[in-house]
Design a protein around this ligand. Sequence first.
Ligand SMILES: C[S@@+](CC[C@H](N)C(=O)[O-])C[C@H]1O[C@@H](n2cnc3c(N)ncnc32)[C@H](O)[C@@H]1O
Length: 402
Amino acid sequence: MSREDPSALLQAGAARHAAGDLAGAERLYRQVLKRRPQEPNAHNLLGVLARQRGDRPGALHHTERALAAAPEEPVFLANRGAALAEAGRPAEAVIALRAALARRPEDPVTLRNLGQALCALGDAPAALAPLERAATLLPDAPEPLLALAHARREAGDAAGAAQAAETALARAGGEGALAAQARFLLAALGAAPAPDRAPAAYVRDLFDAFAPRFEAELAGRLDYRTPALLAGLLARSGVAPARRLRVLDLGCGTGLSGAALAPFARRLEGLDLSPRMLAEARRRGLYDALHEADLLDWLPAHPAGFDLVAAADVLNYLGDLGPALAAIHAALAPGGVAAFSVEAGEGAPFALGEAMRYRHDPAHVAGLAEAVGFAVAAREEAALRTERGVPVAGALLVLRRG
Ligand SMILES: C[S@@+](CC[C@H](N)C(=O)[O-])C[C@H]1O[C@@H](n2cnc3c(N)ncnc32)[C@H](O)[C@@H]1O
């Protein structure tokens, strides 16, 4: 077969793809399309490749082209569904994934994707059957079981969730990122002690998945107010919105908090664990620099670099706030200001809630802040957002470094 032959090119591309040479594979797939612009397998594989790179528009484009040429092909439907889910379009994803499963009912990856898309739509009860089937079809894999544990928790079955998380933990061999996530879920269910923080991989995956629909959900359904409330408290604490400060937006997400902080900033930097949240933030064109990092790693390497460090709805992914407060203190120039929210709880310094976020006792947080050298400039109760129709009680703190 000649190297010019589209089938041979496709095969050679797939071999490179399997070997991890994404650029080489892409080159060959594109050569196929030059010869046969509608070739569905080349489009499908370019779609897979785009998903691997986190290129959501590319994935949507190529999976659509593949399906246009072969609308009944279950592999193309499955990849289309996965691309739609990753682009934050779970309702359309469910339709494509169900169509794929109608033709190939026992594909465990598609079953898992369907379950997760149903959870993203808020229909955890419907997610249980496909996730249970995926977990049965892959008896050694921890991933579908962990997804099942999350779905059961969301569906209100705490005991079933704990059982699935225990099995996922055993399947993961008790070690690695997946085991840490299973332990964290068990802790949120009250079946294990709360760790000092949410596992970084859990937070990253959670927000990577949430990124495309984050703003619509928070600003719309959840009536999210924290950035505006923090900016208001800063101004009332004597921090002028006069565009004079070097500002760091910790856990900047898609930039809702950056928009509220911009009036204070001569230079605005953002930092987040989630590359997909950062990609949304980058699109805003608001930040002078964006950093993909864990705040606990990044801050100590940047001493005295900022006049204002803010964290809106971020510290609730950490339990023990001592290390974070010390790191924020060190990253501030003398006289600098820290401003952040916590979800409020009392009776313990911190507790992990069922929603898998930590609550903190604001008085204890103020004590920790003073212990690392801050003066508390303001502390206020606030309703941070609404969840299932109920306001989430929180506290806002503004601290000044001496
Ligand atoms: C609920 S969002 C809030 C985003 C933004 N501050 C806002 O007000 O819209 C929380 C963000 O904090 C990030 N985050 C949580 N823990 C983090 C950590 N340890 N280091 C860096 N980013 C973190 C998450 O990835 C997520 O994007």
